[in-house]
Design a protein around this ligand. Structure first.
Ligand code: ATP
Ligand code: MG
Length: 512
């Protein structure tokens, strides 16, 4: 028996003294902590106090009935695994009771082996559940807290839909090319849902062979197939009350599709090789990078399941369709690297920025992330330079000209340069230190910023360019100095009187 059973606490709730004695005999030789209750009421009190791992509960008792007790127990401590005990003839009630969340049931009279087998199964399920709950902090890690990057219109649309649907229990289908963030979005929906305190379980339907995926999802009974040496609780059952993420749903076999359809329609599952019907309440989020509509036409994906899943559709844009998000994604990746202390790199050179924006990113954000990670590892200073990028990326962006291996001591002062032009060896300026190279790059950044500003304002601004710039700079200085006009005017290089005039002119009074 696995180690978690060693210190496990077992509670027997039965008004029949004989039964309680027989349990004592079963468990006495082993290292369990055994508790007894002679009524439902007493049992509930003990559960409240002791949170036992497994509860054996008699269905037919004087006072509070087994079914009533079961419902109370579920709300007092949803983590306890409850096994119902039933006499011959009350099987139907037991099946009903399963629907209220019992783990299993035991038919009287029972033998030691059966009791121990069920206890072991219940403890294993409890342990699995605990693991799922313990996995959850991963979702609270910084990666996910910072959320999903994307200012592009396409991503803003995605955020809107997430906001609209997260709180409801509606089934969601997420589609998009590989690496576009389908799993990330599913976790985000989960975190914003009312089920965020319940388990989130991800199952990759493509990663497991057919016979295992069913057992993974629905569980199996002992002996259901070769190798099924004990019974196993599936993800749908474990995830009761929570959210299940069915990844790569387009790779699911027709047989499994039928079973998943049943869960969605009826909220019911059956373990493989079992006949018990088990109720489960899960929210389903499915994802695929395949063309489900085409699969429905080709009859490789069930049409009825397709419609059940496609209640709300979130289509994630490819990175090619939202290139304006690339700089922020790069920044985000670098931040992640710094936080995890994998790299100190703070920025990318302007040429690298160009190449990254021009690349087509067949592997989307995942590929971009990988490229940034790989390049950051190679970078020597605190910036990624063209030479650090993988060759295939440089080539694909037309920046694949052979790199000069030696530094160029007499390089001219930096000029904006297309990515296709020969590599500017920034760190080579007169043998400059990494700090100097960063200074050069900062100057580049400034120029680039002015270019962007000028272009934007030429196109968009109704005010004059200088007024807009002046207003923005004054506002920043005021914010930085907490509204201290003496300090702000010193930063800006104007008199305090001029500053006051400008604050009035630009209506900045309430803005800082
Ligand atoms: N908008 C985004 N902002 C920040 N990071 C993102 C974004 N989209 C994806 N990522 C990151 O890219 C990587 C791939 O994302 P994810 O696994 O969610 O993609 P996927 O669509 O499920 O891919 P696949 O189809 O290959 O399973 C992850 O590391 C994720 O954190
Ligand atoms: Mg995925």
């Amino acid at each position: 028996m696995p180690s978690p059973t060693k210190s496990a606490t077992i509670l027997i709730i039965d008004d029949d003294k004989e039964i309680r004695y027989s349990f004592e005999r079963v468990f006495s030789t082993r290292e369990f902590r055994l508790l007894n209750a002679a009524s439902g009421e007493e049992g509930i009190e003990i559960v409240r106090r002791e949170s036992p791992d497994v509860v054996f509960l008699d269905i037919r008792m004087g006072g509070m009935s087994g079914l009533e007790t079961l419902q109370h127990l579920r709300s007092v401590d949803p983590k306890s695994m409850i096994i119902l005990m039933t006499a011959y003839g009350t099987t139907q009630t037991a099946i009903e009771a399963m629907k209220f969340g019992a783990f299993d049931y035991l038919m009287k009279p029972f033998d030691t082996k059966k009791v121990l087998g069920l206890t072991e199964g219940a403890l294993k399920a409890r342990e699995d559940l605990r693991k799922i709950r313990n996995d959850r902090p991963v979702l609270d890690s910084d990666d996910y807290k910072e959320g999903i990057v994307g200012r592009s219109e396409a991503m803003q649309e995605v955020f809107k839909v997430i906001g609209q649907v997260a709180a409801s229990d509606v089934t969601i289908l997420i589609t998009g090319e590989s690496g576009t963030g389908k799993e990330l979005v599913s976790r985000c929906i989960f975190q914003h849902s009312q089920r965020h305190n319940k388990p989130f379980v991800a199952v990759n339907c493509a990663a497991l062979p057919e016979n295992l995926i069913e057992s993974e999802l629905f569980g199996h009974e002992k002996g259901a197939f070769t190798g099924a040496t004990s019974h196993r609780v599936g993800k749908f059952e474990l995830c009761d009350g929570g959210t299940i993420f069915l990844d790569e749903i387009g790779d699911m076999s027709p047989q499994t599709q039928t079973k998943v359809l049943r869960v969605i329609q009826e909220g019911e599952i059956q373990r493989v090789g079992g006949s018990k019907t088990i109720r489960t309440d899960v929210r389903i989020i499915a994802a695929t990078n395949r063309d489900l509509e085409a699969m429905v036409r080709e009859k490789t994906f069930r049409e009825d399941l397709y419609y059940r899943l496609n209640v709300v559709r979130i289509r994630l844009p490819s990175l090619r369709e939202r290139k304006e998000d690339i700089p922020e994604l790069v920044e985000y990746c670098l931040q992640k690297l710094r936080k995890s202390r994998k790299s100190d790199v703070k920025k990318v050179s302007p040429e690298v920025a160009d190449v990254l924006v021009r690349n087509d990113w067949a592997g989307n954000v995942r590929e971009l992330e990988n490229v940034i990670y790989r390049s950051a590892v190679l970078a020597q200073g605190d910036a990624i330079l063209l030479k650090d990028l993988p060759e295939e990326i440089r080539k694909a962006a037309g920046a694949g000209a052979p790199l000069k291996s030696a530094p160029q001591p007499d390089s001219p002062s930096p000029q904006p340069e297309s990515a296709a032009a020969p590599q500017p060896e920034i760190e080579g300026f007169g043998g400059a230190s990494p700090d100097a190279s960063v200074a050069v790059e900062e100057e580049w950044d400034m120029r680039r910023a002015f270019d962007v500003l000028y272009d934007r304002m030429r196109k968009e601004s109704h005010e004059t360019i200088l007024d807009t710039l002046e207003r923005e700079m004054i506002l920043r200085a005021l914010i930085e100095t907490n509204g201290n006009q003496v300090k702000a005017s010193a930063i800006l290089g104007i008199t305090r009187a001029t500053l006051r005039k400008r604050i009035k002119q630009f209506s900045l009074k309430d803005k800082y």
